[in-house]
Design a protein around this ligand. Structure first.
Ligand code: ARG
Length: 266
């Protein structure tokens, strides 16, 4: 496939996003220190780090006139918080910075549609998988992509630090177009600055709905994309979260949330 692409001046990637957090105006870099101590009577606050560019997992909802971070992951985190009796404080950052935030103990956990890859497991601990999705390729309508090889020599966009970027790297002679956020990745395809983007099907669906000039191409044998919650190595929370996730799987709460946000099931 060949299509004219322009190396645009569009440095669209906004390097940081307004930290729309839950009511707390203050910078909370040390917020995680009080998390496990749980002074008697009051619930501890855990810092949840995410990259709120990933609708419907986590995104900024401004429809009420207020900027709120909402989504499937946020509901899952809040349901776990309810079970385990802690409060949640959200920190929004680029996806590529999430693992480092855990390592520096600037966050107690990351929920960001993140896949537990062997590489990441060297740096952080993961909960059990709470949702399974798959990767697809989005292009402009009319393209006929059946395998990653069909994108050989093309310019392919993906999110920086994601497993989709890893998948794009396997395309022969690819011109990799890595960007900080998913909206900017999709924008690359919409504006013909990239020929295609590798993205998760659950996320791609929303963009294709609102941009009918786009299409989803299913690719056989593309890596599965299970989401798990990440913690600093050795965190006492990992096991507790697993127990809570297990309960939510058994009693149907997880399924209900999946239906609410993805309109389908697991
Ligand atoms: N599941 C993919 C990964 O782990 C992409 C996740 C992107 N998440 C986000 N909030 N932007 O690499």
């Amino acid at each position: 496939m060949k299509r004219f692409t322009q190396i645009g001046a569009a440095v669209g990637a906004v390097a940081f996003m307004a930290a729309a957090v839950t009511g707390c105006g203050t910078n909370s870099t040390s917020g995680s220190t009080n998390s496990t101590s749980g002074s008697s009577g009051s619930e501890p606050t855990l810092v949840l780090a995410t990259s709120a560019d990933y609708k419907p997992y986590e995104y900024h909802d401004t429809s009420s006139g207020q900027d709120k971070i909402v989504g499937f992951d946020i509901d899952v985190a809040n349901a776990i918080a309810k079970q385990l009796h802690f409060k949640v404080k959200i920190e929004d950052m680029d996806f590529d910075g999430l693992i480092a935030a855990l390592q520096a103990h600037r966050a107690d956990f990351v929920i960001a549609g993140m896949t537990a890859t062997p590489q990441r497991k060297k740096s952080v601990d993961f909960s059990d998988v709470y949702y399974q999705a798959e990767n697809v390729v989005i292009t402009k309508k009319g393209d006929n992509i059946k395998s990653l090889k069909d994108l050989s020599g093309d310019k392919v966009a993906a999110q920086l630090g994601s497993i989709q970027e890893d998948a794009a790297k396997t395309i022969p002679n690819v011109k990799l177009d890595s960007l900080d956020t998913i909206p900017t990745v999709v924008q690359e395809v919409l504006s013909n600055r990239a020929d295609a983007a590798v993205i998760e099907n659950t996320v791609a669906t929303g963009y294709v709905k609102s941009n009918p000039q786009l299409q989803i191409n299913k690719i056989a044998g593309m890596t599965e994309n299970g989401s798990a919650i990440a913690f600093p190595k050795g965190s006492p929370w990992t096991k507790k979260f697993d127990t809570a996730i297990e309960k939510m799987k058994k009693d149907g709460e997880l399924q209900q949330l999946a239906e609410k946000w993805f309109g389908g099931g697991q």
